[in-house]
Design a protein around this ligand. Structure first.
Ligand SMILES: Cc1ncc(COP(=O)(O)O)c(C=O)c1O
Length: 390
């Protein structure tokens, strides 16, 4: 008798959790059993979604905004995104250049699915956000990874990115500001990359989900750097900036022809996002002045607390991140094996951090501390971390 089987895609997605996540899962189960654990291993904002956005969603629910929605998104939200993108870059953005997705993850998957075939190459940076790898595996494309080591401030150089391009490269993929390091790719490098990719006929795609949390200088979008936009895709969303991770709201800004492909892709994959969530997201984008700024200020203060404690310690150090919600702490003088370090830190001091190797080779010997806890918790966590290394 023939046994029913699974697709190759299902098998490609079948891997064990990276060792790093084991630390996080153990921290949560210790916490559930009543242990005093300081959890610094997640990237989900601790803030509640600002009340006016919640109220807006509820009011739209009450008036029946609960029906099917166009695959590319409601016009009011596409307009709000286009207006936002027009404000943050010198290029005007039209509604035809915007597609709405259920979070940045869905936007990245949809965009890459419309740009890459199995066997094509995508150039990416190490370290990288852990969510990219499963998408790349699902699409059966070949990742070509470029190191952005600590001595470069975790920023990839133009030369190393360009050297990774071959005849099979279809996409160069960037993330600025970056998870896990909070590094920012400067305007000049973005400019050069945009010109290079344009000339080589390669797509340049940038995940900018931390764009609203920069601390010393304003975010520079790929759209700001580029002169020509016909091979560029910028992806952003509200998960981090507006503490709306569970609402699932993201978007892609891309040339009109790609948006049309994305519309067909979204029709068969999502068939539209919830109307009341899109209404509240449009409201959030049109009225984000104070609450985004307030959250950004709080993250900056938290970053300073963590970096000051770490850099004053005898055996730990960190590069002060310019953006985002994480600090990469160098623990290599204590233990070059970051997985072992994180495991023992949790066992002995009840603090959970993610091993740097979960994000790539360049962050081995580091651990990632997230800033999504109040200052008192961060201080307690850092004090225990420092005690552990003394
Ligand atoms: C760089 C980066 N991109 C994308 C995501 C996922 O975003 P979303 O929750 O909107 O899918 C995250 C989440 O941590 C991230 O850090």
């Amino acid at each position: 008798m023939k046994t029913p089987t699974y697709s190759q895609l299902a098998h490609r997605l079948e891997t064990d959790d990276a060792p790093g996540w084991a630390v996080h899962s153990r921290a949560l189960s210790l916490q559930r059993s009543g242990e005093d654990v300081v959890v610094l291993s997640i990237g989900d904002p601790d803030f509640r979604t600002p009340e006016p956005i919640v109220d807006n969603a509820i009011s739209h629910l009450r008036v029946g905004r609960t029906h099917y929605s166009p695959a590319l998104g409601e016009l009011n939200l596409r307009r709000a995104v286009a207006d936002y993108e027009s404000r943050v870059s010198p290029h005007n953005c039209s509604i035809d250049e915007v597609a709405i997705f259920a979070g940045v993850t869905s936007a990245i998957h949809s965009v890459l699915a419309c740009l890459l075939d199995a066997g094509d190459e995508i150039v990416l940076v190490d370290p990288q956000y852990v969510g990219y790898e499963p998408i790349i595996r699902a699409l059966d494309v070949v990742p070509v990874v470029v190191d952005a080591p600590a001595h470069q401030g975790f920023v990839p150089t133009y030369d190393s990115l360009v050297a990774a391009v071959t005849d099979k490269t279809q996409v160069m993929f960037l993330n600025t500001p970056a998870n896990p390091t909070g590094s920012i790719i400067g305007l000049d490098v973005l400019k050069q990359l945009a010109a290079f990719c344009q000339q080589r006929g390669i797509w340049l795609v940038c995940d900018e989900v931390y764009s609203m949390f920069t601390y010393e200088r304003p975010h520079t979008s790929l759209r700001t750097a580029a002169e020509q936009l016909d091979n560029l895709v910028v992806i952003d969303g509200l998960s981090k900036s507006h503490a709306m991770s569970g609402w699932r709201m993201g978007w892609a800004v891309a040339p009109k022809a790609l948006i049309e492909h994305l519309g067909r892709f979204a029709t068969m994959s999502m068939f539209g996002c919830p109307q009341f969530i899109q209404d509240a997201s449009a409201f959030a984008l049109n009225n984000d002045e104070y609450y985004v700024r307030d959250m950004c200020d709080i993250y900056r203060k938290r970053r300073d607390v963590v970096c000051d404690l770490v850099n004053a310690s005898a055996s730990l150090s960190c590069i002060v991140p310019e953006a985002g919600m994480f600090v990469m702490v160098d623990v290599s003088r204590v233990n070059a094996d970051d997985v072992l370090f994180a495991e023992s830190l949790l066992t002995e001091k009840r603090v959970s951090v993610l091993p740097g190797s979960a994000f790539g080779n360049t962050t081995r010997g580091h651990v990632r501390v997230s800033l999504v806890q109040p200052v008192e918790q961060l201080q307690t966590g850092c004090q225990r971390l420092i005690e552990f290394t003394s």
